[in-house]
Design a protein around this ligand. Structure first.
Ligand SMILES: Cc1ncc(COP(=O)(O)O)c(C=O)c1O
Length: 420
């Protein structure tokens, strides 16, 4: 006997009146910090200098947080990727490896930097690039390793594979602030690490981004690349711009505003406490799902010694007969009163990645098309077709919430399919 699913008018696992945690959550000092900027004469790093910029304070705090020597804040995670790629000094049209399972910005940033993304498959157990995929691409001029959803790519082995090709690894850690691999922070393991602070991310200012690196020369170039060819003065003078025209390269304006920087300074102060709550709940869910046939979490490497949950993928395999993971996501949403959703399609068939729609990209688009004529992505397709994602905010509550998620997953997984 099966219990009727909530999408078939059965009783939901979680009734009304039990809301899920809200997102975002403002840190205790956020209001005061925003107010301080509002009543200062410094709303941007391009304002005449008065006091130490929040942007400089955030850069220091985030470099410390990731254990890196330099942090260059940006207006978006996409811009962080663009300036990291530009600072590599590659030639127009050089190929850059990008996993097929990621947000479109990882690949569009490559085009924006005048390069060509080469989409490669991911390991279906983790959703991340593996070393074999890199070794199979001897032409690669750079590799972008995305830490997907809540798992980390094995960057040390990717570094080794990329080094034999003479390429550098850029970590796209937009979904992994604070994750650690053998004690080292996501973003600090490759040559550079790029972060997004967009609204849905675990560290957010609505929009924002940053690159971290230990490479001082590259960090200087990145400063220019994101501030119209200008760098910070070592000793800013009151009343004058804190930037001066160094122009070693030609930049654009991707600067983070002082409001966003002030907010990030405060939000960073609560990030680790939030990680603790989310990660304890994740481990509880992992224990609960161990007894549920047909549902599992992605493989977690023991080397990843701290999780940073962005989206938690519940992998339904097998799916109920005749059902898709989009159906499972709808069924989970109805059981929980919480948005559950399938991953986006692999970039190889994403309507968002269409360089041929931009006339100025024509030569790169042509190269992109030619490079992708015969490629297949079984690993990315597997996850895109079997996973159901939950946003990290659902893990900011209690173990009771995890019991609801496990019960809903079990109910959906054991559905016999058909019209039942
Ligand atoms: C993996 C990944 N890379 C890059 C980005 C781009 O970041 P932003 O939206 O801040 O430009 C995102 C944002 O969703 C992302 O998830």
């Amino acid at each position: 006997m099966t219990t009727a699913l909530a999408i078939h008018s059965g009783a939901p696992v979680r009734g009304p009146g039990r809301p899920w945690p809200a997102w975002p959550t403002a840190a205790p000092g956020a209001g005061a910090a925003l107010d301080a900027v509002l009543h200062s004469a410094n709303w941007a790093i391009t304002s005449p200098y008065r006091d130490r910029l929040y942007e400089r304070r955030f850069a220091q705090a985030f470099a410390d947080y990731t254990g890196t020597a330099h942090c260059v804040p940006t207006d978006h995670g996409s811009s962080a990727l663009v300036i990291a790629l530009e600072s590599l000094g590659l030639r127009y049209g050089d190929p850059v490896l990008v996993p097929a399972l990621t947000w479109t910005a990882t690949a569009t940033a490559v085009f924006r930097a005048g390069l060509v993304p080469v989409l490669v498959d991911v390991d279906p157990a983790t959703g991340c690039l593996d070393a074999a995929a890199v070794a199979a691409e001897p032409e690669a001029a750079a590799v972008i390793a995305v830490h997907w959803a809540c798992t980390m790519a094995d960057v040390p082995v990717l570094n080794a594979a990329a080094t034999t090709l003479g390429a550098k690894v850029i970590e796209d850690a937009a979904q992994a602030h604070g994750a650690r691999w053998r004690g080292r922070a996501a973003g600090s393991l490759g040559w550079a690490g790029c972060f997004s602070m967009q609204h849905s991310k675990v560290l957010t200012s609505g929009e924002g981004g940053a690159v971290v690196t230990d490479d001082g020369a590259a960090a200087g170039l990145m400063e220019e690349l994101r501030a119209d060819s200008r760098r910070y003065r070592d000793e800013p003078v009151r009343g004058e711009l804190p930037l001066y025209e160094t122009a070693e390269t030609m930049g654009a304006n991707y600067c983070l505003s002082e409001f966003a920087a002030a907010l990030l300074c405060e939000q960073l102060s609560i990030l680790d406490d939030q990680h603790e709550v989310r990660n304890a709940n994740f481990l509880a869910l992992e224990r609960m799902l161990a007894d549920v046939p047909g549902v599992r979490l992605p493989r977690r490497s023991p080397a990843q010694d701290r999780l940073s949950l962005y989206e938690v993928p519940l992998v339904f395999d097998p799916l109920p007969p005749g059902r898709t993971n989009a159906w499972a996501a709808e069924a989970m949403t109805a059981e929980l009163g919480l948005r559950a959703y399938p991953p986006r399609v692999p970039l190889s068939r994403s309507p968002l990645l269409a360089p041929w729609r931009k006339s100025t990209l024509a030569p790169l688009a042509e190269r992109f098309r030619a490079l992708h004529a015969d490629r297949r992505y079984p690993g990315a397709e597997y996850l895109a077709g079997h996973a159901v994602l939950l946003h990290h905010s659902a893990f900011l509550g209690t173990e009771e919430d995890m019991a609801d998620i496990a019960a809903a997953a079990a109910k959906v997984a054991r559905h016999p399919g058909g019209d039942a």
